[in-house]
Design a protein around this ligand. Structure first.
Ligand code: B12
Ligand code: SF4
Length: 495
Protein backbone atom coordinates (compact mmCIF):
# COMPACT_ATOMS: atom_id res chain seq x y z
CA UNK A 1 0.00 0.00 0.00
CA UNK A 2 2.83 2.45 0.77
CA UNK A 3 5.48 1.95 -1.89
CA UNK A 4 8.01 -0.62 -3.04
CA UNK A 5 10.06 -2.92 -0.79
CA UNK A 6 13.38 -1.26 0.12
CA UNK A 7 16.60 -2.67 1.53
CA UNK A 8 16.70 0.00 4.20
CA UNK A 9 14.07 2.68 4.48
CA UNK A 10 15.10 6.32 4.23
CA UNK A 11 13.43 8.33 6.99
CA UNK A 12 12.94 12.10 7.10
CA UNK A 13 12.03 13.51 10.51
CA UNK A 14 10.44 16.95 10.68
CA UNK A 15 10.13 19.46 13.50
CA UNK A 16 7.19 21.62 12.36
CA UNK A 17 7.18 25.43 12.67
CA UNK A 18 5.31 27.32 15.38
CA UNK A 19 2.16 29.13 14.32
CA UNK A 20 3.24 32.69 13.41
CA UNK A 21 1.39 34.23 16.37
CA UNK A 22 3.28 32.13 18.96
CA UNK A 23 6.54 32.99 20.70
CA UNK A 24 9.17 31.42 18.45
CA UNK A 25 11.02 29.60 21.21
CA UNK A 26 13.61 27.38 19.60
CA UNK A 27 15.32 24.39 21.18
CA UNK A 28 17.09 21.25 20.11
CA UNK A 29 14.20 18.75 19.81
CA UNK A 30 15.33 15.78 21.87
CA UNK A 31 12.45 13.55 20.74
CA UNK A 32 13.57 13.75 17.11
CA UNK A 33 17.18 13.40 18.22
CA UNK A 34 16.41 10.09 19.95
CA UNK A 35 14.37 8.75 17.03
CA UNK A 36 17.13 9.62 14.56
CA UNK A 37 19.74 8.02 16.81
CA UNK A 38 17.99 4.65 17.17
CA UNK A 39 17.23 4.56 13.45
CA UNK A 40 20.85 5.23 12.53
CA UNK A 41 22.07 2.74 15.09
CA UNK A 42 19.98 0.18 13.20
CA UNK A 43 21.34 1.09 9.81
CA UNK A 44 18.62 3.40 8.49
CA UNK A 45 19.38 6.52 6.54
CA UNK A 46 17.96 9.60 8.30
CA UNK A 47 17.53 13.27 7.44
CA UNK A 48 16.07 15.93 9.70
CA UNK A 49 14.22 19.08 8.68
CA UNK A 50 13.92 21.58 11.53
CA UNK A 51 11.39 24.22 10.49
CA UNK A 52 11.85 26.12 13.76
CA UNK A 53 15.42 27.21 13.14
CA UNK A 54 15.01 27.92 9.44
CA UNK A 55 12.11 29.96 8.13
CA UNK A 56 10.86 27.46 5.56
CA UNK A 57 7.71 28.11 3.54
CA UNK A 58 5.29 25.34 2.57
CA UNK A 59 6.83 25.41 -0.89
CA UNK A 60 10.42 25.11 0.34
CA UNK A 61 9.44 22.26 2.67
CA UNK A 62 7.81 20.54 -0.28
CA UNK A 63 10.92 21.02 -2.44
CA UNK A 64 13.20 19.84 0.33
CA UNK A 65 11.19 16.65 0.86
CA UNK A 66 10.95 16.05 -2.88
CA UNK A 67 14.73 16.24 -3.15
CA UNK A 68 15.19 13.87 -0.19
CA UNK A 69 12.66 11.41 -1.63
CA UNK A 70 12.05 9.51 1.64
CA UNK A 71 10.22 6.25 2.27
CA UNK A 72 8.97 7.46 5.64
CA UNK A 73 8.18 10.98 6.82
CA UNK A 74 7.85 11.37 10.59
CA UNK A 75 6.60 14.59 12.14
CA UNK A 76 6.57 15.53 15.79
CA UNK A 77 4.00 17.86 17.34
CA UNK A 78 2.79 19.39 20.58
CA UNK A 79 -0.68 20.88 20.65
CA UNK A 80 0.62 24.31 19.64
CA UNK A 81 2.45 22.90 16.62
CA UNK A 82 -0.27 20.44 15.58
CA UNK A 83 -1.96 22.59 12.92
CA UNK A 84 1.38 23.66 11.39
CA UNK A 85 2.36 19.96 11.45
CA UNK A 86 -0.76 19.11 9.43
CA UNK A 87 0.27 21.75 6.88
CA UNK A 88 3.74 20.24 6.68
CA UNK A 89 2.11 16.84 6.11
CA UNK A 90 0.19 18.22 3.13
CA UNK A 91 3.38 19.48 1.52
CA UNK A 92 5.22 16.30 2.43
CA UNK A 93 2.62 14.02 0.93
CA UNK A 94 2.48 16.15 -2.22
CA UNK A 95 6.26 15.86 -2.54
CA UNK A 96 6.52 12.16 -1.70
CA UNK A 97 3.09 10.58 -2.28
CA UNK A 98 4.31 7.04 -1.72
CA UNK A 99 6.03 7.73 1.57
CA UNK A 100 4.48 6.45 4.80
CA UNK A 101 3.59 9.42 6.98
CA UNK A 102 3.78 9.27 10.77
CA UNK A 103 3.06 11.73 13.53
CA UNK A 104 4.02 11.46 17.21
CA UNK A 105 4.29 13.67 20.29
CA UNK A 106 1.95 14.75 23.12
CA UNK A 107 -0.99 16.05 21.08
CA UNK A 108 -1.60 13.06 18.85
CA UNK A 109 -0.73 10.59 21.62
CA UNK A 110 -4.03 11.71 23.16
CA UNK A 111 -6.07 12.75 20.12
CA UNK A 112 -4.86 9.91 17.91
CA UNK A 113 -8.21 8.93 16.43
CA UNK A 114 -9.13 12.54 15.68
CA UNK A 115 -5.78 13.04 13.94
CA UNK A 116 -6.02 10.05 11.60
CA UNK A 117 -9.64 10.92 10.88
CA UNK A 118 -9.17 14.57 10.07
CA UNK A 119 -5.98 14.32 8.03
CA UNK A 120 -6.07 12.30 4.86
CA UNK A 121 -2.31 12.79 4.53
CA UNK A 122 -1.54 11.16 7.89
CA UNK A 123 -1.10 7.40 7.70
CA UNK A 124 -0.17 6.49 11.26
CA UNK A 125 -0.11 8.10 14.70
CA UNK A 126 2.63 6.83 17.01
CA UNK A 127 1.46 7.09 20.60
CA UNK A 128 3.79 7.66 23.58
CA UNK A 129 7.47 6.79 23.53
CA UNK A 130 8.44 6.30 19.93
CA UNK A 131 11.86 4.69 19.60
CA UNK A 132 10.85 1.03 19.39
CA UNK A 133 7.69 1.73 17.38
CA UNK A 134 9.66 3.79 14.88
CA UNK A 135 12.15 0.97 14.42
CA UNK A 136 9.43 -1.61 13.87
CA UNK A 137 7.70 0.60 11.30
CA UNK A 138 10.97 1.28 9.48
CA UNK A 139 11.57 -2.47 9.35
CA UNK A 140 8.10 -3.14 7.91
CA UNK A 141 8.61 -0.48 5.25
CA UNK A 142 12.07 -1.83 4.42
CA UNK A 143 10.63 -5.31 4.08
CA UNK A 144 7.62 -4.07 2.09
CA UNK A 145 5.50 -5.76 4.73
CA UNK A 146 2.96 -3.19 5.83
CA UNK A 147 0.17 -5.73 5.98
CA UNK A 148 1.62 -6.62 9.40
CA UNK A 149 0.87 -3.18 10.79
CA UNK A 150 -1.59 -4.51 13.35
CA UNK A 151 1.30 -6.29 15.11
CA UNK A 152 3.00 -3.00 15.92
CA UNK A 153 2.17 -1.77 19.43
CA UNK A 154 1.40 1.88 20.15
CA UNK A 155 -0.01 2.98 16.79
CA UNK A 156 -3.34 4.23 15.46
CA UNK A 157 -4.25 4.17 11.75
CA UNK A 158 -7.10 3.80 9.34
CA UNK A 159 -7.71 0.55 7.53
CA UNK A 160 -10.56 0.67 4.99
CA UNK A 161 -12.09 3.60 6.84
CA UNK A 162 -11.99 1.68 10.14
CA UNK A 163 -9.78 3.08 12.87
CA UNK A 164 -7.32 0.55 14.22
CA UNK A 165 -5.77 1.28 17.59
CA UNK A 166 -3.17 -1.32 18.54
CA UNK A 167 -2.43 -1.99 22.19
CA UNK A 168 -0.29 0.48 24.13
CA UNK A 169 3.44 0.03 23.90
CA UNK A 170 5.09 -0.59 27.27
CA UNK A 171 7.62 2.07 28.30
CA UNK A 172 11.30 1.30 27.70
CA UNK A 173 12.52 -0.06 31.03
CA UNK A 174 16.26 0.32 30.54
CA UNK A 175 16.65 3.83 29.21
CA UNK A 176 20.41 3.46 29.58
CA UNK A 177 20.15 1.28 26.48
CA UNK A 178 19.25 4.30 24.34
CA UNK A 179 22.02 5.94 22.32
CA UNK A 180 22.87 9.63 22.68
CA UNK A 181 20.43 11.78 20.68
CA UNK A 182 21.64 12.36 17.12
CA UNK A 183 22.65 16.01 17.50
CA UNK A 184 24.78 15.84 14.34
CA UNK A 185 21.56 16.53 12.42
CA UNK A 186 21.27 19.99 13.96
CA UNK A 187 23.29 23.15 13.68
CA UNK A 188 23.91 23.54 17.40
CA UNK A 189 25.13 27.11 16.93
CA UNK A 190 21.48 28.03 16.33
CA UNK A 191 20.75 27.35 19.99
CA UNK A 192 23.56 29.52 21.34
CA UNK A 193 22.77 31.94 24.13
CA UNK A 194 25.30 34.69 24.84
CA UNK A 195 27.76 32.79 22.68
CA UNK A 196 27.40 29.70 24.89
CA UNK A 197 26.39 26.35 23.45
CA UNK A 198 23.50 25.65 25.80
CA UNK A 199 22.85 21.92 25.38
CA UNK A 200 19.84 19.94 26.61
CA UNK A 201 19.93 16.55 28.29
CA UNK A 202 17.25 14.26 29.70
CA UNK A 203 18.47 11.90 32.41
CA UNK A 204 15.17 10.27 33.36
CA UNK A 205 11.68 9.59 32.07
CA UNK A 206 8.40 9.31 33.94
CA UNK A 207 6.74 11.27 36.73
CA UNK A 208 4.82 9.66 39.60
CA UNK A 209 2.96 12.92 40.36
CA UNK A 210 -0.43 13.63 38.88
CA UNK A 211 -0.72 17.41 38.62
CA UNK A 212 -4.01 18.09 36.89
CA UNK A 213 -2.61 20.43 34.21
CA UNK A 214 0.27 18.19 33.13
CA UNK A 215 0.58 15.43 30.58
CA UNK A 216 3.99 14.15 31.66
CA UNK A 217 2.83 10.85 33.10
CA UNK A 218 0.69 10.11 30.00
CA UNK A 219 3.77 10.67 27.84
CA UNK A 220 6.41 8.95 29.93
CA UNK A 221 4.50 6.94 32.53
CA UNK A 222 4.02 7.16 36.27
CA UNK A 223 7.18 5.27 37.12
CA UNK A 224 10.41 7.20 37.38
CA UNK A 225 13.05 5.62 35.13
CA UNK A 226 16.47 7.12 35.74
CA UNK A 227 19.61 6.69 33.68
CA UNK A 228 22.69 5.62 35.58
CA UNK A 229 25.02 8.41 36.77
CA UNK A 230 27.81 6.98 34.62
CA UNK A 231 25.71 7.17 31.44
CA UNK A 232 24.49 10.66 32.32
CA UNK A 233 28.01 11.97 32.77
CA UNK A 234 29.17 10.13 29.62
CA UNK A 235 26.62 12.21 27.75
CA UNK A 236 27.70 15.44 29.47
CA UNK A 237 31.32 14.76 28.50
CA UNK A 238 30.24 13.97 24.95
CA UNK A 239 28.22 17.21 24.74
CA UNK A 240 31.21 19.16 26.01
CA UNK A 241 33.82 17.48 23.84
CA UNK A 242 31.86 16.94 20.60
CA UNK A 243 29.54 19.94 20.66
CA UNK A 244 31.48 22.48 22.72
CA UNK A 245 28.72 22.63 25.34
CA UNK A 246 29.20 25.63 27.63
CA UNK A 247 26.12 24.99 29.80
CA UNK A 248 23.60 22.21 30.26
CA UNK A 249 19.82 22.27 30.60
CA UNK A 250 18.61 19.17 32.46
CA UNK A 251 15.09 18.89 31.03
CA UNK A 252 13.86 16.00 33.21
CA UNK A 253 10.36 16.40 34.62
CA UNK A 254 11.73 15.97 38.15
CA UNK A 255 15.51 15.72 38.03
CA UNK A 256 15.92 15.06 41.76
CA UNK A 257 13.01 12.62 42.12
CA UNK A 258 15.52 9.98 43.24
CA UNK A 259 17.66 11.92 45.70
CA UNK A 260 20.38 9.28 45.89
CA UNK A 261 20.71 9.17 42.10
CA UNK A 262 21.01 12.98 42.04
CA UNK A 263 23.82 12.83 44.64
CA UNK A 264 25.54 10.10 42.64
CA UNK A 265 25.32 12.11 39.40
CA UNK A 266 26.96 15.03 41.21
CA UNK A 267 29.71 12.74 42.54
CA UNK A 268 30.35 11.45 39.04
CA UNK A 269 30.42 14.99 37.64
CA UNK A 270 32.98 15.96 40.27
CA UNK A 271 35.06 12.87 39.69
CA UNK A 272 35.18 13.60 35.97
CA UNK A 273 35.63 17.35 36.46
CA UNK A 274 32.54 18.51 34.63
CA UNK A 275 32.35 21.98 36.00
CA UNK A 276 30.16 23.74 33.46
CA UNK A 277 27.09 25.73 34.58
CA UNK A 278 23.81 23.82 34.54
CA UNK A 279 20.17 24.11 35.49
CA UNK A 280 17.44 21.62 36.27
CA UNK A 281 13.72 21.32 36.96
CA UNK A 282 12.25 19.64 40.00
CA UNK A 283 9.58 19.57 42.70
CA UNK A 284 9.98 21.43 45.97
CA UNK A 285 9.35 18.22 47.93
CA UNK A 286 12.26 16.47 46.22
CA UNK A 287 15.10 18.62 47.54
CA UNK A 288 16.95 18.85 50.84
CA UNK A 289 19.49 21.39 52.08
CA UNK A 290 22.23 18.79 51.62
CA UNK A 291 21.19 17.98 48.08
CA UNK A 292 21.03 21.64 47.10
CA UNK A 293 24.53 22.20 48.49
CA UNK A 294 25.70 19.21 46.49
CA UNK A 295 24.08 20.46 43.26
CA UNK A 296 25.72 23.84 43.80
CA UNK A 297 29.12 22.23 44.35
CA UNK A 298 28.95 20.84 40.81
CA UNK A 299 28.07 24.29 39.39
CA UNK A 300 24.29 24.01 39.27
CA UNK A 301 23.47 27.70 38.94
CA UNK A 302 19.72 27.68 38.45
CA UNK A 303 16.90 25.47 39.68
CA UNK A 304 13.33 25.65 38.34
CA UNK A 305 10.61 24.81 40.86
CA UNK A 306 7.03 24.08 39.86
CA UNK A 307 5.55 26.36 42.51
CA UNK A 308 2.27 26.83 40.60
CA UNK A 309 0.42 29.04 43.12
CA UNK A 310 0.61 31.04 46.33
CA UNK A 311 -2.87 29.84 47.24
CA UNK A 312 -3.07 26.60 49.21
CA UNK A 313 -6.58 26.06 47.87
CA UNK A 314 -5.32 26.22 44.28
CA UNK A 315 -2.42 23.85 45.02
CA UNK A 316 -4.99 21.39 46.32
CA UNK A 317 -7.24 21.74 43.28
CA UNK A 318 -4.24 21.24 40.99
CA UNK A 319 -3.31 18.10 42.99
CA UNK A 320 0.20 19.41 43.27
CA UNK A 321 0.83 17.58 46.53
CA UNK A 322 2.91 20.44 47.92
CA UNK A 323 2.20 23.36 50.27
CA UNK A 324 2.80 27.09 50.12
CA UNK A 325 5.10 26.65 53.11
CA UNK A 326 7.15 23.96 51.40
CA UNK A 327 7.42 26.14 48.30
CA UNK A 328 8.78 29.03 50.36
CA UNK A 329 11.19 26.75 52.21
CA UNK A 330 12.64 25.21 49.06
CA UNK A 331 13.20 28.64 47.48
CA UNK A 332 14.94 29.83 50.66
CA UNK A 333 17.14 26.73 50.87
CA UNK A 334 18.16 26.94 47.21
CA UNK A 335 19.07 30.60 47.54
CA UNK A 336 21.03 29.89 50.70
CA UNK A 337 22.91 27.21 48.81
CA UNK A 338 23.83 29.87 46.22
CA UNK A 339 21.56 28.57 43.45
CA UNK A 340 19.33 31.03 41.58
CA UNK A 341 15.66 30.07 41.61
CA UNK A 342 13.16 30.25 38.75
CA UNK A 343 9.56 29.50 39.65
CA UNK A 344 6.79 28.56 37.28
CA UNK A 345 3.20 29.42 38.11
CA UNK A 346 -0.12 28.34 36.68
CA UNK A 347 -2.51 31.27 36.63
CA UNK A 348 -6.16 31.60 35.61
CA UNK A 349 -6.99 28.06 36.76
CA UNK A 350 -10.75 27.38 36.98
CA UNK A 351 -11.94 28.55 40.39
CA UNK A 352 -9.06 30.99 40.86
CA UNK A 353 -10.27 34.37 42.12
CA UNK A 354 -8.48 37.74 42.02
CA UNK A 355 -7.77 37.26 45.74
CA UNK A 356 -6.08 33.92 45.14
CA UNK A 357 -4.02 35.41 42.33
CA UNK A 358 -3.03 38.18 44.72
CA UNK A 359 -1.85 35.51 47.18
CA UNK A 360 0.47 34.28 44.45
CA UNK A 361 1.79 37.78 43.81
CA UNK A 362 2.30 38.29 47.56
CA UNK A 363 4.13 34.96 47.69
CA UNK A 364 6.51 36.17 44.97
CA UNK A 365 7.24 39.43 46.78
CA UNK A 366 7.86 37.51 49.97
CA UNK A 367 10.08 34.74 48.61
CA UNK A 368 11.85 36.81 45.91
CA UNK A 369 12.71 34.15 43.33
CA UNK A 370 15.28 35.16 40.71
CA UNK A 371 13.00 34.47 37.76
CA UNK A 372 9.27 33.98 37.29
CA UNK A 373 7.30 32.17 34.57
CA UNK A 374 3.60 32.94 34.69
CA UNK A 375 1.84 30.35 32.55
CA UNK A 376 -1.85 30.48 31.77
CA UNK A 377 -3.71 27.33 32.79
CA UNK A 378 -3.92 25.55 29.44
CA UNK A 379 -6.18 22.48 29.31
CA UNK A 380 -4.02 20.31 27.08
CA UNK A 381 -6.00 17.35 25.72
CA UNK A 382 -5.65 14.34 27.98
CA UNK A 383 -5.11 16.30 31.19
CA UNK A 384 -7.47 16.26 34.14
CA UNK A 385 -7.74 20.02 33.71
CA UNK A 386 -9.17 19.52 30.20
CA UNK A 387 -11.87 17.24 31.62
CA UNK A 388 -12.56 19.68 34.43
CA UNK A 389 -13.02 22.62 32.06
CA UNK A 390 -15.39 20.50 29.99
CA UNK A 391 -17.36 19.40 33.07
CA UNK A 392 -17.73 23.00 34.19
CA UNK A 393 -19.04 23.85 30.73
CA UNK A 394 -16.58 26.73 30.35
CA UNK A 395 -16.32 28.32 26.94
CA UNK A 396 -13.11 27.02 25.32
CA UNK A 397 -11.36 27.47 21.99
CA UNK A 398 -10.34 24.51 19.87
CA UNK A 399 -7.92 26.60 17.88
CA UNK A 400 -4.85 24.59 18.83
CA UNK A 401 -2.55 27.46 17.76
CA UNK A 402 -3.65 29.22 20.94
CA UNK A 403 -2.58 26.40 23.25
CA UNK A 404 0.53 27.96 24.72
CA UNK A 405 1.46 29.32 28.09
CA UNK A 406 0.90 32.98 27.25
CA UNK A 407 -2.67 32.58 25.98
CA UNK A 408 -5.96 32.09 27.80
CA UNK A 409 -8.02 29.50 25.97
CA UNK A 410 -11.07 29.28 28.23
CA UNK A 411 -13.17 31.83 30.06
CA UNK A 412 -12.79 31.95 33.81
CA UNK A 413 -15.66 34.13 34.95
CA UNK A 414 -14.20 34.52 38.46
CA UNK A 415 -11.00 35.97 37.04
CA UNK A 416 -11.66 37.81 33.79
CA UNK A 417 -8.86 38.10 31.26
CA UNK A 418 -8.48 41.88 31.74
CA UNK A 419 -7.96 41.46 35.47
CA UNK A 420 -5.48 38.64 34.91
CA UNK A 421 -3.47 40.59 32.33
CA UNK A 422 -3.54 43.73 34.44
CA UNK A 423 -2.23 41.88 37.53
CA UNK A 424 0.42 40.11 35.52
CA UNK A 425 1.60 43.32 33.86
CA UNK A 426 1.68 45.22 37.15
CA UNK A 427 3.76 42.44 38.68
CA UNK A 428 6.32 42.29 35.86
CA UNK A 429 6.52 46.10 35.61
CA UNK A 430 7.56 46.10 39.22
CA UNK A 431 9.67 42.92 39.17
CA UNK A 432 11.76 43.65 36.09
CA UNK A 433 13.05 46.95 37.47
CA UNK A 434 16.23 48.73 36.43
CA UNK A 435 17.64 47.53 39.75
CA UNK A 436 16.84 43.90 38.82
CA UNK A 437 18.48 44.38 35.43
CA UNK A 438 21.67 45.91 36.83
CA UNK A 439 21.89 43.36 39.60
CA UNK A 440 21.75 40.45 37.15
CA UNK A 441 23.89 42.16 34.54
CA UNK A 442 26.77 42.72 36.96
CA UNK A 443 26.68 39.14 38.20
CA UNK A 444 28.05 38.17 34.79
CA UNK A 445 27.32 34.42 35.06
CA UNK A 446 25.48 32.72 32.20
CA UNK A 447 22.02 32.45 33.78
CA UNK A 448 22.10 35.97 35.23
CA UNK A 449 22.75 37.24 31.70
CA UNK A 450 19.62 35.43 30.47
CA UNK A 451 17.58 37.01 33.26
CA UNK A 452 19.09 40.45 32.61
CA UNK A 453 18.10 40.08 28.93
CA UNK A 454 14.50 39.24 29.89
CA UNK A 455 14.37 42.29 32.17
CA UNK A 456 15.89 44.51 29.48
CA UNK A 457 13.29 43.30 26.95
CA UNK A 458 10.57 44.18 29.40
CA UNK A 459 12.04 47.58 30.23
CA UNK A 460 12.47 48.40 26.54
CA UNK A 461 8.91 47.42 25.71
CA UNK A 462 7.63 49.68 28.45
CA UNK A 463 9.62 52.65 27.21
CA UNK A 464 8.47 54.17 23.92
CA UNK A 465 11.77 55.86 23.01
CA UNK A 466 13.88 52.81 23.82
CA UNK A 467 11.35 50.61 22.05
CA UNK A 468 11.56 52.70 18.86
CA UNK A 469 15.39 52.59 18.93
CA UNK A 470 15.37 48.83 19.51
CA UNK A 471 12.99 48.20 16.61
CA UNK A 472 15.30 50.15 14.30
CA UNK A 473 18.26 48.13 15.55
CA UNK A 474 16.51 44.79 15.30
CA UNK A 475 15.51 45.46 11.69
CA UNK A 476 19.22 45.46 10.93
CA UNK A 477 19.63 42.05 12.58
CA UNK A 478 18.01 38.70 11.88
CA UNK A 479 14.63 38.20 13.57
CA UNK A 480 15.03 37.39 17.25
CA UNK A 481 13.87 34.03 18.49
CA UNK A 482 13.99 32.97 22.09
CA UNK A 483 16.15 29.96 22.89
CA UNK A 484 15.86 27.00 25.25
CA UNK A 485 12.45 27.82 26.66
CA UNK A 486 13.36 31.24 28.08
CA UNK A 487 10.56 32.99 26.22
CA UNK A 488 9.66 36.60 26.18
CA UNK A 489 6.14 37.37 27.39
CA UNK A 490 3.25 37.92 25.01
CA UNK A 491 3.33 41.68 25.52
CA UNK A 492 6.99 41.80 24.59
CA UNK A 493 6.43 39.80 21.44
CA UNK A 494 3.51 41.85 20.27
CA UNK A 495 5.09 45.25 20.66
C1 B12 B 1 11.68 19.32 28.19
C2 B12 B 1 10.35 19.88 27.77
C3 B12 B 1 10.35 21.09 27.11
C4 B12 B 1 11.61 21.81 26.66
C5 B12 B 1 12.07 21.23 25.31
C6 B12 B 1 13.29 20.38 25.48
C7 B12 B 1 13.81 19.68 24.28
N1 B12 B 1 15.03 20.00 23.97
O1 B12 B 1 13.19 18.87 23.64
C8 B12 B 1 11.13 23.26 26.56
C9 B12 B 1 11.28 23.96 27.89
C10 B12 B 1 11.83 24.11 25.52
C11 B12 B 1 9.65 23.02 26.27
C12 B12 B 1 8.86 23.90 25.58
C13 B12 B 1 7.51 23.72 25.43
N2 B12 B 1 6.77 22.76 26.02
CO1 B12 B 1 7.48 21.23 26.94
N3 B12 B 1 8.01 19.68 27.84
C14 B12 B 1 9.15 19.19 28.08
C15 B12 B 1 9.03 17.85 28.82
C16 B12 B 1 9.28 18.08 30.30
C17 B12 B 1 9.92 16.74 28.27
C18 B12 B 1 9.87 16.61 26.73
C19 B12 B 1 10.99 15.76 26.24
O2 B12 B 1 11.99 16.25 25.77
N4 B12 B 1 10.87 14.45 26.40
C20 B12 B 1 11.86 13.49 25.97
C21 B12 B 1 11.70 13.19 24.49
C22 B12 B 1 12.59 12.04 24.10
O3 B12 B 1 10.37 12.83 24.31
P1 B12 B 1 9.35 13.50 23.27
O4 B12 B 1 9.84 14.79 22.80
O5 B12 B 1 8.00 13.43 23.85
O6 B12 B 1 9.43 12.48 22.04
C23 B12 B 1 9.10 11.10 22.21
C24 B12 B 1 7.64 10.76 21.93
O7 B12 B 1 6.76 11.83 22.12
C25 B12 B 1 7.62 10.24 20.54
N5 B12 B 1 7.54 11.16 19.42
C26 B12 B 1 7.56 12.50 19.42
N6 B12 B 1 7.50 12.95 18.15
C27 B12 B 1 7.47 11.90 17.34
C28 B12 B 1 7.41 11.81 15.95
C29 B12 B 1 7.39 10.55 15.36
C30 B12 B 1 7.36 10.45 13.88
C31 B12 B 1 7.41 9.38 16.16
C32 B12 B 1 7.42 8.05 15.53
C33 B12 B 1 7.45 9.49 17.55
C34 B12 B 1 7.48 10.73 18.13
O8 B12 B 1 8.87 9.57 20.46
C35 B12 B 1 9.87 10.37 21.12
C36 B12 B 1 10.92 9.45 21.68
O9 B12 B 1 10.39 8.60 22.65
C37 B12 B 1 7.53 17.50 28.52
C38 B12 B 1 6.84 16.64 29.56
C39 B12 B 1 7.03 15.19 29.22
N7 B12 B 1 7.53 14.45 30.11
O10 B12 B 1 6.72 14.76 28.11
C40 B12 B 1 6.91 18.88 28.34
C41 B12 B 1 5.75 19.03 27.39
C42 B12 B 1 6.03 18.23 26.15
N8 B12 B 1 5.81 20.45 27.03
C43 B12 B 1 4.66 20.97 26.88
C44 B12 B 1 4.42 22.29 26.41
C45 B12 B 1 2.99 22.77 26.46
C46 B12 B 1 5.45 23.09 25.93
C47 B12 B 1 5.28 24.48 25.27
C48 B12 B 1 4.17 24.54 24.26
C49 B12 B 1 5.12 25.50 26.40
C50 B12 B 1 4.80 26.91 25.87
N9 B12 B 1 5.83 27.66 25.57
O11 B12 B 1 3.66 27.27 25.78
C51 B12 B 1 6.68 24.69 24.65
C52 B12 B 1 6.72 24.40 23.15
C53 B12 B 1 7.25 23.06 22.76
C54 B12 B 1 7.29 22.72 21.29
N10 B12 B 1 7.90 23.47 20.41
O12 B12 B 1 6.76 21.71 20.93
C55 B12 B 1 3.54 19.98 27.16
C56 B12 B 1 2.90 19.53 25.86
C57 B12 B 1 1.42 19.36 25.98
C58 B12 B 1 0.79 19.44 24.65
N11 B12 B 1 -0.24 18.65 24.45
O13 B12 B 1 1.18 20.19 23.81
C59 B12 B 1 4.30 18.87 27.96
C60 B12 B 1 3.76 17.45 27.77
C61 B12 B 1 4.24 19.25 29.45
C62 B12 B 1 2.83 19.48 29.96
N12 B12 B 1 2.47 20.73 30.22
O14 B12 B 1 2.05 18.58 30.10
N13 B12 B 1 9.26 21.81 26.75
S1 SF4 C 1 3.95 19.25 36.80
FE1 SF4 C 1 5.89 18.28 37.25
S2 SF4 C 1 5.48 17.10 39.10
FE2 SF4 C 1 3.50 17.60 38.24
S3 SF4 C 1 2.97 15.81 36.96
FE3 SF4 C 1 3.98 17.33 35.64
S4 SF4 C 1 6.13 16.76 35.61
FE4 SF4 C 1 5.19 15.71 37.35
Amino acid sequence: MFGEPKVSAHVVLVNPPYPPEAVQSIFLPLGIGYLAAVLEQNGYNVDVVDCQTSSLTQKTIENKIRSLNPDIIGITSATVTYLPALDVLKSAKAAAPKALTLMGGPHVTVLDEQAVTESSELDIVVRGEGEQTMLELAKLVSDGNLKNLSQVKGITYKDNNQIVRTQDRPFIQDIDSLPHPAHHHFDVSMYKLFDVNYMPIITSRGCPSQCTFCLASKMCGKTFRGRSPKKVVDELEWLRDEYGAGAFAFYDDTFTFDLKRAFDICDEMQKRKINLPWDCRTRVDRVSKELLAKLRSTNCQLIHFGVESGSQEMLKVMRKGTTVELNAKAIKWAKEAGISVAVSLVIGYPGETPEMLQQTIDFLYKTKPDYVYMCEAVPYPGTELANYVKELGLEITENWNQYREETQVFTNKLLPLEKLEETKKAFFDNYFSTGYFLNKKFKRDFYSQIMARAALNHLVCNNRVLSWGFKKLSKMRRPKKSVGGYSASKTEQEK
